[in-house]
Design a binder for this molecule. Structure first.
Ligand code: GMT
Length: 367
C-alpha cells in the first residue's frame, strides 16, 4: 500500500508512535510518506520506502495565527497527487482530521483517511469549545477512528457524543530495541543505590514535581537517585521542589535524549505521576526494558501496566513513595515485577502485532 502518515514532530507520544509506525510499515514493504511541519526526532534517515514531506507554513503580517490546517491540507493533496497515496493515517485529531477532511473535499471525495486519537486531543484540547465541533465533525467523517486505549475510546463517546465506532488499537514498542541489558541488582552495587527514572515532556499534566516529592520520601528510607529525562515548561518548578526538599544533589536532569533504549534499562523503577494519561508510552518503553512502574491510576495506564507494577491515587506523592518502597525494599518482588513487565510488553505490545491490526483497518477502509 501507499500510506500517508500525518503527525506532530515534537516530543510526545503521538509523534513517536506515528514515526515508529512509518518505520515498521516501510519495513513491511509499504511505501510510506510522513508529513509534518518538522522532521520528527525519532525519524531515521535512509529508510527504504519511507519519505518525509515537510509542511511549509507561510507567515504573513496579517496572520497572527498562520493557518497550519490549510497548509497541511494542501500538502496532503500534493502528496496524494505526486505519490498516488491510497490512504492517510492522521495521528492526533486536532487539526489533522479536519485537514484530512478538507484534503478529501479538494480531491473530489476520493481520499480515504483513518484518525487515531492519542489523548489530549479528546480529553483536554478536543473538549475545548473552540475546537469541539469541527473535531467531532471530522471524526464522524473519518473512514475509521481508533483510540490508543479503551479509556480513550470511552471518553470519546462520552465527551464528543460521536456515534461512530472507535476501535481500540493499543500503542506498541520495539521490544528488540527496548530490552533489558544486564542491569546489576542493587545488592551487588557498592552503594546499593536504587535508580528511579521519569521521562516526559514536563507539561503540567505530567506533575513532575510530584515525582520529586515521592522521591524525597523514598530517599529518607533508602539510598536512591532520580534521573529525569525530557524537558518542558515544568522543569524549573520540579528542580526548585528538589532544592526545597534538600534532595537536588540526587536529582539528575538529563534533558532531551534520543537514546532512551540505553537509559531506561539502567533504572530500577519508573515513576509516572500524571493527572491524565490515555496510554503512557514511556511506561511501556520502560516495561519493555524490564523496569517495573509505579504510576497514578489515571486514564488508560492500568491497561498498559496490568499486574506488572503498582497504581496509586493521583496527587498523593506519599502513596507513590510507599508503593515504590515496597518494591525497592524487596529484591525478590522487584525481580518478579521486572520479568512480568518485560513479558507483558513482548506478549501484548510488540510492534508487529499492533501494526498488523492497523494494516487490517487500512485494507477494510480501502475495500
Ligand atoms: O495527548 C497528549 O498529551 C499528547 C500526546 C503526545 O503527542 O504525546 O500524548 C498522548 O499520546 C501518547 C501516545 O499515544 C500517549 O502515550 C499519552 O498517554 C497521551 N498523553 C496524555 O493522555 C496526556
Amino acid at each position: 500500500m501507499r500510506i500517508g502518515i500525518v503527525c506532530y514532530p515534537t516530543v510526545g507520544g503521538s509523534g513517536v508512535v506515528a514515526t515508529e509506525m512509518a518505520h515498521a510499515l516501510a519495513q513491511r514493504g509499504h511505501e510510506v510518506h510522513l508529513l509534518s511541519y518538522d522532521r520528527p526526532g525519532r525519524l531515521r534517515r535512509g529508510v527504504p520506502g519511507l519519505r518525509f514531506h515537510q509542511v511549509a507554513v507561510t507567515a504573513y503580517p496579517l496572520f497572527r495565527y498562520p493557518p497550519y490546517d490549510l497548509a497541511l491540507a494542501t500538502r496532503m493533496v500534493e502528496v496524494r497527487e505526486e505519490a498516488r497515496v491510497d490512504l492517510f493515517h492522521v495521528h492526533y485529531a486536532i487539526p489533522h482530521a479536519v485537514s484530512a477532511f478538507l484534503a478529501r473535499s479538494i480531491c473530489g471525495g476520493c481520499l480515504k483517511f483513518v484518525t487515531t486519537l492519542h489523548g489530549t486531543d479528546i480529553t483536554v484540547v478536543g473538549s475545548d469549545r473552540a475546537y469541539m465541533r469541527p473535531t467531532r465533525f471530522a471524526l464522524e467523517q473519518s473512514d475509521a477512528v481508533t483510540a490508543v486505549s479503551k479509556f480513550l475510546a470511552d471518553e470519546t463517546h462520552l465527551v464528543f457524543g460521536v456515534k461512530k465506532d472507535v476501535e481500540v488499537v493499543h500503542n506498541f514498542v520495539d521490544v528488540d530495541r527496548f530490552k533489558p541489558n544486564g542491569r546489576r541488582p542493587w545488592r551487588e552495587r557498592p552503594d546499593q543505590e536504587r535508580v528511579l527514572v521519569h521521562a516526559s515532556n514536563f507539561r503540567p499534566v505530567k506533575r513532575v514535581a510530584d515525582i520529586v516529592r515521592a522521591f524525597a520520601a523514598i530517599r529518607k528510607e533508602l539510598p536512591a537517585r532520580l534521573v529525569l529525562i525530557g524537558d518542558g515548561p515544568d522543569r524549573e518548578h520540579a528542580m526548585a521542589v528538589a532544592t526545597d526538599l534538600g534532595c537536588q544533589h540526587k536529582v539528575e536532569h538529563l534533558g532531551m535524549q534520543d537514546n532512551l533504549e540505553q537509559l531506561l534499562p539502567q533504572a530500577d523503577l519508573f515513576l509516572s505521576a500524571s493527572e491524565t494519561e490515555s496510554f503512557g508510552l514511556s511506561i511501556l518503553e520502560a516495561m519493555s526494558c524490564g523496569v517495573p512502574c509505579v504510576s497514578t491510576a489515571v486514564g488508560g495506564v492500568a491497561e498498559v501496566i496490568g499486574d506488572t507494577g503498582r497504581l496509586v491515587p493521583f496527587g498523593q506523592p506519599e502513596a507513590m513513595a510507599k508503593a515504590a518502597l515496597t518494591i525497592l525494599h524487596d529484591d525478590g518482588q522487584h525481580e518478579h515485577l521486572a520479568n512480568l513487565a518485560r513479558r507483558r510488553a513482548v506478549e501484548h505490545f510488540a510492534t508487529d502485532r499492533v501494526v498488523e491490526a492497523y494494516e487490517k483497518i487500512y485494507k477494510r477502509v480501502l475495500g
